[in-house]
Ligand binder design. Structure first.
Ligand code: ACO
Length: 396
């Protein structure tokens, strides 16, 4: 990755008042994806996601993100065979995953699964093979853990199924419906990468220290987990369940905001216009969600936006990707506790592309901080009469 010039990084760090949350700070360069927050754009390697979704298989999105070019045919033969070859976890990894508490929730389990993948065989710099193992084995190991929790044997992957269909197959052990696969494939495609979001930034920081991809992905998932980031969608479902009927939405939203609580699925650091992923997932939701659920979600979206815009005039708040992600994932039968883990599985493609890019032109990511503590020169309190000169020892 080409580095920002020293001049520009000095300018950023010498501001009198550094930007809270690094808002507006350009923290590097990347050719993987572009988030056009003002124009409602998401572009993968020059391709508008609207051109790709729905229709392009996830394997081809992985190909595009990793190699910078689209494959010659869909689904990418290179990525399809690489993922199939990388799908067998090492015995030690299986042992660690099978030792997890059977009832450990899926998100916590996946965090440990990513860590368990890093059994010493991932190194620095990360390579494509590391990425294929991360992308191929994470869904398999998560599904294995969930089956163990139910006292069931794992469901083996089927080589003839695509990556997304295989995930559904391994989760459920029954033939996935075409409609569900298409909806989840659109979701995986749209969530595969997203510029310098918080979890990708974390992954790039960890990679910049010459750590390995499994460690960087574990750290990235820890960041993704938070409800301000990828932890939001299950809370969208909680919100819809609590509201229950469209006519209750206005009052519920008003009371929630009056208590100073967040409306999940609304607002975004980068998008000051519509989140294009949200628009596309709304389309998918129209195809897969039950009409009453969709109507409820659309009412909550309208009422929530009106209330937020009234409370924060000029803030340019829109619904974000998580809002209709929740509606889509719920409609295809995933339980809310699987929403964020599924987001992470989709993002393993982008995480890999960013780790490779970071390592290709690495510089340790280590910003400055503006010190606002007391100035140098304070004296350490000593008990009266028992003062010691610094470094002096009794009897010395
Ligand atoms: N609910 C209530 N208030 C909100 C929301 C919301 N969803 N979104 C923004 N606001 C408020 C902010 O608190 C802020 O208020 P203030 O001026 O009194 O401090 C004001 O609106 C302006 O906010 P922004 O500066 O536009 O928001 P910021 O960039 O700081 O935060 C964030 C973005 C964290 C996503 C925020 O909108 C939020 O908390 N949303 C809810 C959680 C969520 O849905 N997260 C998923 C994001 S998508 C993703 O990460 C994949």
């Amino acid at each position: 990755m080409p580095r920002p010039s020293r001049r520009s990084s000095e300018a950023a760090t010498s501001r009198a008042s550094p930007s809270a949350g690094l808002e507006g700070i350009v923290a590097g360069r990347s050719a993987v994806s572009w988030v056009g927050g003002e124009t409602s754009d998401l572009v993968y390697r020059g391709f508008d996601v609207r051109e790709l979704v729905p229709g392009v298989p996830y394997e081809s999105i992985v190909h595009l993100l990793l190699f910078g070019e689209p494959p010659g045919s869909d689904p990418s033969p290179i990525v399809t065979s690489a993922l199939a070859a990388a799908r067998t976890p090492a015995p030690g990894v299986l042992q660690t995953v099978d030792a997890l508490p059977a009832r450990l929730p899926p998100l916590e389990a996946l965090r440990t699964i990513l860590s368990a993948l890093g059994d010493g065989s991932f190194g620095y710099p990360p390579g494509l093979e590391d990425g294929y193992r991360l992308i191929a084995q994470s869904p398999l190991l998560l599904a294995r853990h969930l089956h163990r929790g139910l006292g069931l044997p794992p469901v083996e992957p089927r080589p003839e199924l695509g990556h997304v269909a295989n995930y559904l197959w391994m989760l459920r052990g029954r033939e996935p419906r075409e409609r569900d696969v298409a909806a989840l494939e659109a979701y995986f495609d749209l969530l595969a990468d997203h510029g310098m979001n918080a979890s990708t930034f974390v992954l790039r920081i960890v990679t910049s220290t010459h750590s390995d991809l499994a460690s960087a992905a574990t750290a990235a998932l820890a960041a993704l987990k938070g409800p301000l980031h990828g932890g939001a969608p299950s809370r969208v479902v909680e919100m819809l369940n609590a509201i229950a009927t469209p006519d209750a939405a206005e009052r519920w939203v008003r009371e929630r905001l009056a208590r100073g609580e967040l409306l999940y699925g609304f607002g975004h650091r980068a998008y000051k216009s519509e989140d294009p992923r949200g628009l596309l997932l709304h389309e998918v939701a129209r195809r897969v969600a039950k009409p009453e659920r969709l109507a409820l979600a659309e009412t909550v979206e309208r009422v929530g936006l009106a209330a937020l815009r009234a409370a924060h005039p000029g803030a340019r708040i829109f619904s974000n990707v998580e809002f209709y992600s929740a509606v889509v994932l719920e409609a295809i039968g995933l339980p809310p506790e699987l929403f964020t883990p599924t987001f992470a599985l989709a993002r393993t493609a982008g995480w890999t592309a960013h780790a490779l890019e970071q390592a290709a032109d690495n510089k340790l990511i280590r910003p400055d901080v503006e010190y606002v503590g007391p100035p140098k020169g304070r004296r350490w309190p000593r008990p009266r009469g028992r003062g010691h000169a610094p470094g002096a020892r009794d009897g010395a």
